[in-house]
Design a protein around this ligand. Structure first.
Ligand code: ZN
Length: 335
């Protein structure tokens, strides 16, 4: 996969990625700026390795305002011991570190949305350089990749683990088996509406077993969703043969997001009133949200109606919406 025409990455890991034992360090990315002429962006990384075995690449903070992944992964990096595993666990709890530090989805340096910039560029923006390093130096090491997401400040989801519907059915089966092992309350077979530039697509194109999550949102975390993240990691490491022990299986409901009709967008600015809560059943034609104009009294709200039966899987989080914002997502229960 290595493109020999690309110049070397400017990123320097401060640890030996192949060393046995526990390494805590950084991916150091030179970033010259007003307040630090020869400064760097320091992306935290931990590698725990014990001999031969599979390699898991676990990342959070791909978007900087999603917290279940980072909470679970900083803890994992602190507590996982080499003697507990067979193989390698590479942990990046805050992958787009500038965005994570700012508590924003995209990087404050270049407005880069890391999950839209793969494969990245070694001579590009800071965010593109992070993507390029992951693409050429970390993904090729992995057998299984778990990239945590949540809704961030503007969306809230029912907690699910997901993998994509792929043309390679053997690879797809591997990914869905990993989702099943993660054992979130919901599991999703995703048909990506906008797959270009995603870490997901980069990993899948290399033939990796790739899974992702949406575990909540609103720019914070909940006790329940962080527990789901922690259990999911342990289950996935057991599933990969890296960690010993039984998978702690709980019942999961499989969901499908079969078409564009799942997604509803606000057509006016205003104040959103969701008419049902996350996880509640939805019927085709039902009003699932109303958007109230606030400029004057006496105007009727815009009604957003479901275009299929299912459950409410995601909703806009803040009380105010703008035209074009994703207002609601419906998913269909598979069984
Ligand atoms: Zn995200």
């Amino acid at each position: 996969m290595l493109d020999q025409h690309l110049r070397p990455s400017p990123v320097v890991p401060t640890i030996d990625l192949d060393a046995e034992g526990v390494q805590h360090g950084f991916l150091r990315l030179p970033y010259s700026r007003d307040d630090s002429a020869w400064g760097s962006v320091m992306v935290p990384i931990a590698v725990i390795r014990n001999g031969r075995g599979s390699t898991a690449l676990l990342s959070g903070g791909n978007h900087g305002d999603e917290y279940e992944g980072p909470l679970a992964l900083y803890e994992l990096a602190r507590t996982l011991k080499p003697e507990d595993i067979a193989g390698t666990v590479i942990i990046l709890p805050a992958l787009n570190y500038p965005a994570f530090r700012a508590g924003t989805r995209t990087s404050p340096i270049d407005k880069g949305n890391l999950n839209r910039l793969f494969p990245g560029r070694p001579d590009g923006t800071v965010t593109e350089k992070i993507a390029d390093y992951v693409m050429r130096h970390l993904l090729p090491r992995a057998d299984i990749v778990l990239d945590f997401h949540s809704g961030g400040r503007t969306l809230d989801f029912v907690p699910f683990c997901a993998a994509h519907i792929l043309s390679d059915k053997e690879q797809e089966a591997r990914a869905f088996a990993a989702v099943e092992a993660f054992s979130a309350p919901y599991s999703v077979k995703m048909l990506e509406i906008d797959a270009v530039g995603m870490l997901d697509t980069a990993a899948e194109d290399m033939g990796k077993t790739f899974v992702t999550t949406e575990l909540g949102g609103g720019g914070t975390s909940r006790a329940r969703t962080v527990r789901i993240a922690r259990k999911g990691i342990a289950n996935l490491l057991r599933h990969s043969g890296i960690l010993d022990g039984e998978i702690e299986q709980t019942r999961t409901s499989w969901l499908d997001m079969p078409s564009d009709d799942c997604f509803s967008f606000a057509e006016d600015d205003g104040m959103i009133e969701t008419m049902i809560d996350l996880g509640d059943p939805v019927e085709d034609g039902m009003v699932i949200a109303r958007i109230h104009g606030t400029g004057r009294t006496g105007t009727a709200p815009q009604e957003i109606r479901a275009r299929m039966d299912g459950i409410l899987a995601a909703r806009h989080f803040p009380g105010l919406v703008k035209a074009g914002d994703c207002a609601a997502v419906i998913a269909v229960k598979v069984d």
